[in-house]
Design a protein around this ligand. Structure first.
Ligand SMILES: [Zn+2]
Length: 121
């Protein structure tokens, strides 16, 4: 196994084979840089996450979003924050419990009908 493959497997297993943002079980995933390389983020394990394709695409190079009052809030960081402190899952729907949670739900667009269906499977 190459170093890159081993790294991917480690990140996947560390996340229990689920997206670390929306909790959807995944097989294939793009390695997600929490702080993108574009913004100077590293390839270190503490900057890598396991994210589904939809979260990865929606997040892109973003590290923050605007809350309902127009304040800039950092997106959820699965390495330094606990999912359960920022989100709650109710019938497949993800609710943000904090500013970080609410902004992440909005930016990653995790509650579209098709995504709700995927999670409930
Ligand atoms: Zn996801």
């Amino acid at each position: 196994m190459t170093g890159r493959k081993r790294l991917r497997l480690f990140v996947l297993e560390r996340a229990n084979r689920c997206c670390e943002y929306c909790r959807t079980p995944i097989e294939y995933f793009p390695l997600e840089h929490i702080v993108s390389r574009k913004l100077g983020g590293s390839d270190d394990l503490d900057n890598l996450a396991c994210a589904c394709l939809r979260c990865n695409l929606a997040k892109g190079a973003l590290i923050s979003g605007l809350d309902e009052d127009g304040n800039e809030v950092r997106l959820f960081n699965p390495r330094t924050q606990q999912w359960g402190e920022h989100f709650r899952m109710a019938h497949g729907r993800i609710e943000g419990l904090t500013g970080t949670g609410r902004v992440t739900v909005k930016v990653l667009n995790v509650n579209t009908p098709e995504r709700l269906e995927e999670r409930q499977q």
